[in-house]
Write a protein that binds this ligand. Structure first.
Ligand code: MG
Length: 199
Protein backbone atom coordinates (compact mmCIF):
# COMPACT_ATOMS: atom_id res chain seq x y z
CA UNK A 1 0.00 0.00 0.00
CA UNK A 2 1.31 3.43 -0.97
CA UNK A 3 0.38 6.53 0.99
CA UNK A 4 0.33 10.27 0.43
CA UNK A 5 2.20 12.19 3.09
CA UNK A 6 1.66 15.91 3.70
CA UNK A 7 4.76 17.72 4.90
CA UNK A 8 5.30 21.31 6.01
CA UNK A 9 8.62 23.03 5.26
CA UNK A 10 9.45 25.71 7.85
CA UNK A 11 10.19 24.26 11.26
CA UNK A 12 9.82 20.71 9.91
CA UNK A 13 12.36 20.37 7.08
CA UNK A 14 14.26 23.50 8.02
CA UNK A 15 16.48 23.62 11.07
CA UNK A 16 15.72 27.06 12.47
CA UNK A 17 18.12 26.60 15.37
CA UNK A 18 17.51 26.77 19.11
CA UNK A 19 14.43 28.54 20.50
CA UNK A 20 16.46 31.38 22.00
CA UNK A 21 18.82 31.86 19.09
CA UNK A 22 16.83 30.90 16.00
CA UNK A 23 17.70 32.09 12.52
CA UNK A 24 14.71 34.44 12.79
CA UNK A 25 16.07 36.00 15.96
CA UNK A 26 19.60 36.21 14.52
CA UNK A 27 18.37 38.00 11.38
CA UNK A 28 16.21 40.35 13.45
CA UNK A 29 19.23 41.20 15.58
CA UNK A 30 21.12 42.09 12.42
CA UNK A 31 18.23 44.10 11.04
CA UNK A 32 16.99 46.11 14.03
CA UNK A 33 19.25 48.43 15.92
CA UNK A 34 18.48 46.84 19.28
CA UNK A 35 18.71 43.55 21.10
CA UNK A 36 15.93 41.21 19.97
CA UNK A 37 15.02 38.29 22.21
CA UNK A 38 12.26 35.70 22.26
CA UNK A 39 9.68 37.13 24.64
CA UNK A 40 6.46 35.20 24.11
CA UNK A 41 6.09 31.56 23.16
CA UNK A 42 3.72 32.26 20.29
CA UNK A 43 3.69 31.68 16.52
CA UNK A 44 3.09 35.38 15.87
CA UNK A 45 6.50 36.92 15.18
CA UNK A 46 5.36 40.35 16.40
CA UNK A 47 4.40 39.05 19.81
CA UNK A 48 7.22 36.52 20.00
CA UNK A 49 9.92 39.12 19.40
CA UNK A 50 8.12 42.28 20.57
CA UNK A 51 8.19 44.12 17.25
CA UNK A 52 5.37 46.15 15.72
CA UNK A 53 3.47 45.61 12.45
CA UNK A 54 5.61 48.04 10.49
CA UNK A 55 8.85 46.50 11.76
CA UNK A 56 7.63 43.04 10.87
CA UNK A 57 6.70 44.17 7.36
CA UNK A 58 10.09 45.80 6.82
CA UNK A 59 11.89 42.80 8.20
CA UNK A 60 9.95 40.36 6.02
CA UNK A 61 10.48 42.56 2.98
CA UNK A 62 14.24 42.78 3.52
CA UNK A 63 15.21 39.51 5.12
CA UNK A 64 12.83 36.69 4.40
CA UNK A 65 14.51 35.56 1.19
CA UNK A 66 17.85 35.53 2.97
CA UNK A 67 16.35 33.26 5.63
CA UNK A 68 14.72 30.95 3.08
CA UNK A 69 18.01 30.69 1.17
CA UNK A 70 20.33 30.21 4.15
CA UNK A 71 18.35 28.14 6.61
CA UNK A 72 19.79 24.65 7.08
CA UNK A 73 17.90 21.46 6.36
CA UNK A 74 17.38 18.76 8.98
CA UNK A 75 19.71 15.99 7.77
CA UNK A 76 17.60 13.22 9.31
CA UNK A 77 14.51 14.54 7.48
CA UNK A 78 16.25 14.09 4.15
CA UNK A 79 17.20 10.47 4.97
CA UNK A 80 13.72 9.51 6.13
CA UNK A 81 11.98 11.20 3.20
CA UNK A 82 14.35 9.46 0.81
CA UNK A 83 13.39 6.13 2.35
CA UNK A 84 9.68 6.92 1.92
CA UNK A 85 10.25 8.15 -1.63
CA UNK A 86 12.18 5.02 -2.57
CA UNK A 87 9.35 2.86 -1.21
CA UNK A 88 6.97 4.60 -3.63
CA UNK A 89 5.05 6.78 -1.21
CA UNK A 90 3.99 10.24 -2.36
CA UNK A 91 5.57 13.26 -0.69
CA UNK A 92 3.41 16.35 -0.92
CA UNK A 93 5.00 19.49 0.52
CA UNK A 94 2.51 22.12 1.65
CA UNK A 95 3.92 25.43 2.84
CA UNK A 96 2.31 28.68 3.89
CA UNK A 97 5.21 30.52 2.25
CA UNK A 98 4.00 32.96 -0.39
CA UNK A 99 3.93 31.72 -3.99
CA UNK A 100 6.40 34.51 -4.83
CA UNK A 101 9.05 32.49 -2.98
CA UNK A 102 8.45 29.38 -5.03
CA UNK A 103 11.67 29.39 -7.04
CA UNK A 104 13.80 30.08 -3.95
CA UNK A 105 12.01 27.22 -2.19
CA UNK A 106 12.53 24.86 -5.13
CA UNK A 107 16.23 25.73 -5.28
CA UNK A 108 16.61 25.15 -1.54
CA UNK A 109 14.91 21.75 -1.78
CA UNK A 110 17.17 20.82 -4.67
CA UNK A 111 20.35 22.04 -2.99
CA UNK A 112 19.49 20.13 0.15
CA UNK A 113 18.57 16.96 -1.76
CA UNK A 114 15.08 16.76 -0.32
CA UNK A 115 13.01 14.38 -2.39
CA UNK A 116 9.35 15.27 -3.06
CA UNK A 117 6.62 14.89 -5.65
CA UNK A 118 4.56 18.06 -5.24
CA UNK A 119 5.08 21.51 -3.76
CA UNK A 120 2.07 23.65 -2.85
CA UNK A 121 2.06 27.18 -1.50
CA UNK A 122 -1.13 27.23 0.53
CA UNK A 123 -1.91 28.47 4.01
CA UNK A 124 -5.29 26.75 4.17
CA UNK A 125 -3.69 23.35 4.57
CA UNK A 126 -6.61 21.26 5.82
CA UNK A 127 -8.83 21.45 2.69
CA UNK A 128 -5.82 20.75 0.46
CA UNK A 129 -4.85 17.78 2.66
CA UNK A 130 -8.32 16.33 2.04
CA UNK A 131 -8.20 17.09 -1.69
CA UNK A 132 -4.79 15.40 -1.94
CA UNK A 133 -5.99 12.34 -0.03
CA UNK A 134 -3.23 12.71 2.53
CA UNK A 135 -2.97 9.87 5.06
CA UNK A 136 -0.64 11.56 7.53
CA UNK A 137 0.50 15.16 7.90
CA UNK A 138 3.66 16.53 9.52
CA UNK A 139 3.59 20.16 10.69
CA UNK A 140 4.80 22.34 13.54
CA UNK A 141 1.91 24.80 13.75
CA UNK A 142 -0.70 23.82 16.31
CA UNK A 143 -3.58 25.54 14.46
CA UNK A 144 -2.78 23.60 11.26
CA UNK A 145 -2.58 20.36 13.23
CA UNK A 146 -6.01 20.95 14.81
CA UNK A 147 -7.65 21.87 11.50
CA UNK A 148 -6.15 18.89 9.67
CA UNK A 149 -6.99 16.47 12.49
CA UNK A 150 -10.57 17.79 12.42
CA UNK A 151 -10.73 16.32 8.88
CA UNK A 152 -9.82 12.96 10.38
CA UNK A 153 -6.26 13.01 9.10
CA UNK A 154 -3.66 12.09 11.74
CA UNK A 155 -0.93 14.64 12.36
CA UNK A 156 2.59 14.52 13.70
CA UNK A 157 3.28 17.85 15.39
CA UNK A 158 6.92 18.84 15.76
CA UNK A 159 7.51 20.40 19.15
CA UNK A 160 8.41 24.13 19.07
CA UNK A 161 8.24 26.97 21.58
CA UNK A 162 5.08 28.22 19.89
CA UNK A 163 3.17 24.97 20.49
CA UNK A 164 4.41 24.39 24.06
CA UNK A 165 0.88 24.83 25.43
CA UNK A 166 -0.50 21.85 23.50
CA UNK A 167 0.41 18.26 24.32
CA UNK A 168 -1.39 16.58 21.42
CA UNK A 169 -4.45 14.35 21.46
CA UNK A 170 -5.72 11.10 19.94
CA UNK A 171 -5.18 12.35 16.37
CA UNK A 172 -2.15 14.56 16.95
CA UNK A 173 1.13 13.10 18.17
CA UNK A 174 3.70 15.56 19.40
CA UNK A 175 7.33 14.68 18.70
CA UNK A 176 10.64 16.36 19.41
CA UNK A 177 12.63 15.42 16.31
CA UNK A 178 12.85 13.33 13.12
CA UNK A 179 13.88 10.19 15.02
CA UNK A 180 10.53 10.35 16.77
CA UNK A 181 8.83 11.09 13.45
CA UNK A 182 10.43 7.92 12.07
CA UNK A 183 9.16 5.89 15.05
CA UNK A 184 5.67 7.27 14.46
CA UNK A 185 5.84 6.53 10.73
CA UNK A 186 6.76 2.93 11.57
CA UNK A 187 3.80 2.80 13.93
CA UNK A 188 1.55 4.23 11.21
CA UNK A 189 2.69 1.55 8.76
CA UNK A 190 2.31 -1.26 11.26
CA UNK A 191 -1.25 -0.12 12.02
CA UNK A 192 -2.15 0.30 8.36
CA UNK A 193 -0.52 -2.67 6.69
CA UNK A 194 -0.34 -6.37 7.47
CA UNK A 195 3.37 -6.59 6.88
CA UNK A 196 4.24 -3.50 8.87
CA UNK A 197 7.38 -1.36 8.60
CA UNK A 198 8.12 0.67 5.51
CA UNK A 199 6.66 -1.80 3.04
MG1 MG B 1 5.98 25.23 9.82
Amino acid sequence: MKYNFGIDIDGVLTDEGPDHNSIWQQKMNEFFDREITLKEYTYDLREAFAINDQELNEFIQEKIEEIYINVKAVARAREILKELYDKGHRLILITARSEEHRSITESWLKENNIPYHELHHEDQKAPLAVEKDISLFIDDKKENALEIAARNIPVILVSKYHNHDFEGNEQITKVKDWDEIKANLDLFFSKNTHTGKLS
